[in-house]
Write a protein that binds this ligand. Structure first.
Ligand code: ADP
Ligand code: MG
Length: 435
């Protein structure tokens, strides 16, 4: 792939910003997308997490809005699935727009709308937001879309998963037809393809996903563990690994709270542990993410709300306390570490009756997880074999774990279960083009 940002058609000012940001070599995704985006074409970019998709749309947007425009409302809009991601993308804009007069405002729910209205009144060139809050501003008349030149849908698969399709469509219908549309997604399941067909002009498909589902630099292990012993195993694993920074993923908000409380009670570690999920106020979520980025929080117990898109560079470990329900969630959780070639390790706790879930994940990532063990933790065999096996009816994890099974899942992803469980997040043939 192209060896330098200079070959991508960026202006000297943007190149200087890229250099200041410390990016020396474009990632393959950036080398592929940036020159095409600069031509004004509609693009659908498919690539796994951690491949630098953000800059691949931020840089072309900056190029565009640094040219004189017509005035009247923002010129670029980026839609993202979560509040955390809105903040992160806004920060990337600010980093790369440094020294220019281009402003970017993030709008998302859970924060008083007043402050955002004031910021929007100052006519930022770029707005990043979650679909719900953008609609809210639209209905209040505090944002206009008539001057938009570029619309970006980031993490499109995730936005559709969590039910944003009607909101996204409402927004897109109010954008000028002449706009350019960029869509970024780790997977292109049929709903994403449909959105692209309906709202994009003859999109070019740039598919970087081939055989790159799971990051090579991540060591991936599993433990078989009785559900009642998961917490003890977690403590022992944290002791053994002494991670620089770790996210412990749980399936539900309530489970997340419980694990957080139990970990905090460990003497001397309380300040290093935090938790984040969708029931916490936005103020708390922002503070926790900040402390995690700064490194004061070392252990973050989380639901999948932080499983997508969030990038914390010193993250060394991922622990799936609960095995993810959907294969894609596994890929996204584990993709939080090992970013940009750094080393990372991921552990997944598997209850004896969760073997099939593990197998589906392994099929999805086309790789076998390695088995790990800690002395004193009896390992069950995860796959039913002929012969005597200590699997009893009616004592599955939901009955005796009491940790997580009874609470509502975070964000309630509504996926077509069969496709999701089989990990069929692949694009229809016509949507695929290997580079
Ligand atoms: P994605 O959206 O594909 O998941 P991100 O855009 O969040 O990936 O990028 C992942 C990380 O890589 C970020 O920390 C970002 O700052 C960094 N990064 C992006 N592009 C480059 C580059 N060309 N060189 C070095 N680091 C980069
Ligand atoms: Mg991203």
């Amino acid at each position: 792939m192209a060896g330098s940002f200079r070959e991508l058609g960026l202006s000297p000012a943007t190149l200087a910003a890229v250099e200041r940001a410390g990016y020396t070599v474009p990632t393959p995704v950036q080398a592929g997308l940036i020159p095409r985006a600069l031509t004004g074409a509609d693009l659908l970019g498919q690539a796994r997490t951690g491949t630098g998709k953000t800059a691949s749309f931020v840089l072309p947007i900056l190029e565009r809005v640094s040219q004189p425009g017509r005035g009247g409302g923002p010129r670029a809009l980026v839609l993202v699935p979560t509040r955390e991601l809105a903040v992160q993308v806004r920060d990337e804009f600010e980093k790369l727009a440094h020294g220019s007069r281009i402003h970017c405002v993030a709008v998302y729910g859970g924060k008083p709308i007043k402050g955002q209205i004031d910021k929007l009144a100052k006519h930022p060139a770029v707005v990043v937001g979650t679909p719900g809050r953008v609609l809210d501003h639209l209905s209040r008349g505090t944002i206009t879309l008539s001057g938009l030149e570029i619309v970006t849908l980031d993490e499109a698969d995730r936005m559709l998963d969590i039910g944003f399709r009607p909101d996204i469509e409402k927004i897109l219908r109010r954008c000028p037809e002449s706009r350019q549309t960029l869509l970024l997604s780790a997977t292109v399941p049929p709903p994403v393809a449909k959105l692209a067909t309906r709202y994009m002009r003859d999109p070019e498909i740039l598919d970087f996903s081939t055989n790159e589902i799971s990051v090579e630099t991540i060591d991936q292990f599993y433990f078989t563990v009785d559900p009642t012993r998961k917490f003890d195993l977690l403590e022992r694993l944290l002791e053994r690994e002494n991670p620089r920074q770790v996210i412990v993923f749980c399936r539900t908000k309530r489970g997340t709270d419980k694990i957080f409380e139990r970990l905090s009670r460990r003497r001397g570690h309380a300040a290093e542990v935090a938790c984040i999920h969708g029931d916490l106020s936005q103020g708390i979520r922002d503070r926790v993410m900040k402390q995690f980025r700064e490194g004061t929080v070392k252990v973050l117990v989380a639901t999948d709300v932080v499983g997508r898109g969030i990038d914390v560079s010193s993250l060394s470990h991922i622990i799936n306390y609960d095995i993810p329900e959907f294969c894609d969630d596994y890929v996204h959780r584990v993709g939080r570490t090992g970013r940009m070639g750094r080393e990372g390790v991921a552990y997944t706790f598997v209850a004896p009756d969760e073997g099939p879930q593990l197998t589906r994940i392994e099929m999805r990532i086309e790789k076998l997880l390695k088995r790990d063990e800690i002395a004193g933790f009896e390992a069950f065999d995860r796959r039913p074999k002929p012969g005597p096996l200590p699997i009893r009816e009616g004592t599955g994890p939901a009955d005796n774990a009491g940790q997580t099974a009874d609470a509502a899942p975070e964000e309630q992803p509504k996926k077509p279960p069969a496709a999701a469980l089989l990990g069929k997040g692949r694009a229809p043939k016509r949507f695929r083009r290997a580079l």
